[in-house]
Unconditional design. Structure first.
Length: 431
C-alpha cells in the first residue's frame, strides 16, 4: 500500500497542485480543507506524513501540527507559510520543516521523499523552545518579529538558558532555513585568529561555510580585544576570501550570544563599541529557569519523551514529590542542568516512574527556609552534610544570578577561586 500524505489546505488550487506532486512520488494524497477534518483523519491512523498550510484561519494549522505530534508514533508535519507567518509557533508545536510560499517544487519533492522514505516519523527538535511563561512569550514574539529580517541578533542570558536553541529557532523560522546553521564558540581563540590572514583580509573558513545560512557566535564576550577587531573587520568588509583568493559576499546572518552586559564591557574598554553596535541591533533576553518555574513540568515532560524515544526507555513519568522538589530547586545551571538531570534519571529508571530516591543527594532533602529556620538543633536531629549542601547550592545559584552567570565574579562573591566553583558545578549539576 502506498504511503499516505495528508494535505491540509483551504485553497482548492494549491491543494490540487500538492496532490499532483504527491502522486508523482507514488504516494497517496489525502486532502482536507479544514483543521477539524484533518485532526479527525489523523486520529484514525495510517497517515505517514502531514503537509499543512499555516495560513488556515485562527491558527488552525498549528493545531494540526500539534495533533500530528501527539500521534503514536508521531507523524512528521511539513508546514507551509507565506512571509514566515506562524513559523515560530509551528516549530514550537513540533513541525519538522517550514516551507516558504510560493512553493519550490524541487525542494518540496526532496522533503516529501526524505520524510516518507524515513517512515514519516522524523521530527526536528532543533527549534524546541518549551514553556509559556510571559518572559518566554516575549522572547518568542521578538523571534517572530525578527525572523523575516537579516538583522543581527544578540541573545543574552545566563549559561544554560537555551541561547543556542533560540538561535536555531531564529534560523528555522527565517528565509535562510535551507542554508547551514553553524555554531562557533568564540572562546576558542586560535580559531578566531584565523578570521583574517597576514594581509588583514577576511579568510574563508567557517564564514564561507555559512553562506546562505546563519552563524551563531557563542560567548561573544570571551573574545580578546585583538580577535574582536579582526571579527569586526571581517563583518564590516562584508566579503570573505575563497581558497583561490577571490572574494565572495558574506551572505550569512549573525546571531551572537552572551551571558554578560556588553554595554558594561564597552564602558570598561573591554569590548569594541562598534562591534557591540553591530550585534545589538536586536536583543532578546532569555530568563533563568528559577524565574519561570511554572515551565518546569512542561520541560520535564519534553525531556522524558525525548530520552524515552532516543534510548528506548519506557519511563511513564516523574512522581509528584519529585516534581515538587524540582519546583523548589534554584537551578543554577538553568534548563541545561534540568535536561542533563532528566536524561540521567530516565536512563536509570528504565521502565518505571522516577521517584525521590532516584534523585542525587543534594535534591533529596526537604527545602528549608534558612532566613526563618531556628538556629537550635531540632530534637529529631538533622543531616548536617545535606543541610550544608542545600545552603551551598542556594548561595551558588544566587551568586550566579547576581553576576549574570559570570563565574569569575560569582567565585569572588563566594570567596572561592574559579576552578573550585567550576568543579562544584560540574560535579553537582552536570555529572
Amino acid at each position: 500500500m502506498p504511503k499516505q500524505v495528508l494535505i491540509v489546505d483551504d485553497d482548492p488550487a494549491l491543494g490540487a497542485e500538492l496532490a499532483r506532486l504527491v502522486r508523482t512520488l507514488d504516494r497517496e494524497p489525502v486532502t482536507c480543507a479544514t483543521a477539524a477534518e484533518a485532526i479527525a483523519r489523523l486520529g484514525e491512523g495510517e497517515i505517514d506524513l502531514c503537509l499543512v498550510d499555516l495560513d488556515l484561519p485562527a491558527a488552525e494549522g498549528t493545531a494540526v501540527v500539534l495533533k500530528a505530534r501527539a500521534c503514536r508514533p508521531p507523524v512528521a508535519a511539513l508546514a507551509l507559510t507565506a512571509c514566515g507567518a506562524g513559523a515560530v509557533e509551528a516549530l514550537r508545536a513540533g513541525a519538522a520543516e517550514i516551507i516558504a510560499k510560493p512553493l519550490s517544487p524541487t525542494r518540496l519533492t526532496a522533503l516529501l521523499r526524505r520524510h516518507t522514505d524515513d517512515g514519516g516519523h522524523r521530527r526536528s527538535s532543533g527549534g524546541a523552545v518549551i514553556g509559556d511563561h510571559p518572559s518566554i512569550r516575549v522572547a518568542l514574539e521578538r523571534v517572530d518579529q525578527l525572523a523575516g529580517t537579516d538583522l543581527p541578533v544578540l541573545l543574552r542570558g545566563e549559561p544554560g538558558t537555551g541561547k543556542e536553541t533560540m538561535a536555531r529557532l531564529i534560523h528555522l523560522a527565517s528565509a535562510r532555513r535551507d542554508g547551514p546553521f553553524l555554531a562557533v564558540n568564540l572562546a576558542a581563540v586560535p580559531q578566531m585568529l584565523r578570521l583574517v590572514d597576514e594581509r588583514e583580509r577576511p579568510r574563508a573558513d567557517w564564514l564561507a561555510a555559512a553562506l546562505g545560512g546563519t552563524i551563531f557566535l557563542e560567548a561573544i564576550d570571551e573574545l580578546p580585544p585583538e580577535a574582536q577587531r579582526k571579527l569586526l573587520l571581517a563583518l564590516r568588509a562584508g566579503v570573505v576570501a575563497s581558497a583561490d583568493g577571490a572574494s565572495a559576499p558574506l551572505e550569512a546572518r549573525i546571531v551572537a550570544a552572551t551571558a554578560r552586559d556588553l554595554g558594561e564591557l564597552v564602558a570598561a574598554g573591554r569590548f569594541e563599541a562598534e562591534l557591540h553596535a553591530l550585534l545589538a541591533k536586536a536583543t532578546i533576553e532569555l530568563p533563568p529557569l528559577r524565574e519561570r518555574r511554572e515551565d518546569i513540568p512542561a520541560l520535564v515532560e519534553h525531556f522524558r519523551r525525548q530520552v524515552n524515544a532516543r534510548e528506548g526507555r519506557r519511563v511513564p513519568g516523574f512522581a509528584l514529590d519529585v516534581m515538587h522538589r524540582f519546583s523548589q530547586h534554584g537551578w543554577p545551571g538553568n534548563v541545561r542542568e534540568l535536561e542533563y538531570l532528566c536524561e540521567r534519571l530516565v536512563l536509570m529508571a528504565g521502565t518505571r516512574m522516577v521517584v525521590m530516591k532516584d534523585l542525587p543527594s543534594h535534591l533529596r532533602i526537604q527545602v528549608i527556609d534558612f532566613e526563618r529556620a531556628t538556629r537550635r538543633l531540632p530534637a529529631t536531629g538533622v543531616d548536617l552534610r545535606e543541610l550544608l549542601t542545600e545552603l551551598e547550592d542556594r548561595f551558588i545559584a544566587e551568586a550566579l544570578a547576581r553576576t549574570g552567570g559570570n563565574r569569575n565574579r560569582a567565585a569572588d562573591l563566594l570567596g572561592l577561586n574559579r576552578t573550585t566553583l567550576v568543579e562544584k558545578l560540574r560535579r553537582r549539576f552536570v555529572a
